[in-house]
Design a protein around this ligand. Sequence first.
Ligand SMILES: CC(C)(COP(=O)(O)OP(=O)(O)OC[C@H]1O[C@@H](n2cnc3c(N)ncnc32)[C@H](O)[C@@H]1OP(=O)(O)O)[C@@H](O)C(=O)NCCC(=O)NCCS
Length: 436
Amino acid sequence: MSAASKTNMSNETAELQVQGKSIELPVVVGSEGEVGIDISRLRAETRAVTIDNGFVNTASCFSGVTFLNGEEGVLKYRGYAIEELAEKSNFIEVAYLLIYGELPTITQLARFESSIKAGQETPEQVKQQIKLFPKDAHPMGVLSACLSSLSAYYPELLDQDLSADKKDRIIGQLVAQVRNLSAYFYRASQGKDFVNSDANLDYCTDFLNMMFEGQGKIDPEVAKALNVLLILHADHEQNCSASTVRLVGSSKANLYASISAGVGALWGPLHGGANQAVIEMLQEIDKDGGDYKKFLDKAKDKNDSFRLMGFGHRVYKNFDPRARIIKKACDTVLTKLDIKDPLLDIAKGLEEEALKDPYFVDRKLYPNVDFYSGIIYKALNIPTNMFTVMFALGRMPGWIAQWKEMIESPSMKIGRPRQIYTGETDLEYQAISDRK
Ligand SMILES: CC(C)(COP(=O)(O)OP(=O)(O)OC[C@H]1O[C@@H](n2cnc3c(N)ncnc32)[C@H](O)[C@@H]1OP(=O)(O)O)[C@@H](O)C(=O)NCCC(=O)NCCS
């Protein structure tokens, strides 16, 4: 059943008066009870548009992929609670769930794994391209560029209307390539040879092996921790990067171009880049003698642009369920690996203090997914500038699922917002010699 068909048209309508014109707008109710006002006829009937800075009140689509309730701290993928998936499932099974809509049978999972294996060969020229980037380039720029470059090598996967087979092929390939490209660039940045993917290893162990080969066997606890992190990052409905992927894909641009743009959106510190910013902030606090109260004061000071990184969320106004799981995983991983990280104590102290502070309480600012994830990545030896790439690795299935749902929807339209024009009107052209 499609996402739209699980939506109820309620008997209610919303009435709007605009400049003497009245319009009755249908009210729709989603499967988890959220209410929306359908304004599709608004401009045609009244010539008015809506304005919604930052899309705070705008649903851009009907979607059956991920549900989140920010007031109650609920997150579900395709109806399954994130807590249960993080405990019982693994990343590749969750990827299948998000992309294809249901938990796979043994046969479906085997087919999906085969498509990932079939797509794991990175073109030799792209491998060379990775080696040509400056070693200190930010890996998100490299990832975005290389994902886009893949389009050059698979012209048959650029069709506007991909057959089901080709769609499965490009999906498996992108899941494999985000792992390869991330690990390859890490190796190149360290001046080390690439380690090829090993088809006998599970996805997370394989990634860690491609990153750290030669440093001993991959600890299953480490691979397990990575599985949980990737599951928690796998989708988050219409966030900035998913909306970017949808918007680019809505022009019928190919999937490589759409995903590459999504990586660019994720890079920003207000989105996925926050995980890197959190660790840098904790390190700064540590260097400064561990006085986190000073940093809380800075975050509250309206004359200071500093924000408490890893705190606050557009949608979660209670707590971020992913942060709760990550905080626990962080304790477990550090204990199992016998690591004592002073940054964890600073993070916990900072959280405790912020959660008592009226500034954060009144604004409903809680730790988000990025607050503790960096401490785990650090324990896994992932360098700080790779943290956002780790987010991208986890988010790939979500981007693909959002894109696939959109292009398969019979009501897909190119995304094209309106504006309220506020510029000059009716100026007369002056020759350059007459301009002051
Ligand atoms: C995530 C984030 C971008 C959400 O932004 P938003 O929904 O547009 O919320 P706003 O920026 O309007 O913030 C609302 C209020 O809380 C304050 N606020 C929000 N996040 C804050 C933070 N991390 N530190 C200090 N103050 C913060 C804002 O200054 C604003 O205060 P005001 O009402 O006095 O003006 C924002 O909370 C943030 O910048 N967080 C830090 C970056 C981060 O961790 N991003 C990862 C998200 S998963």
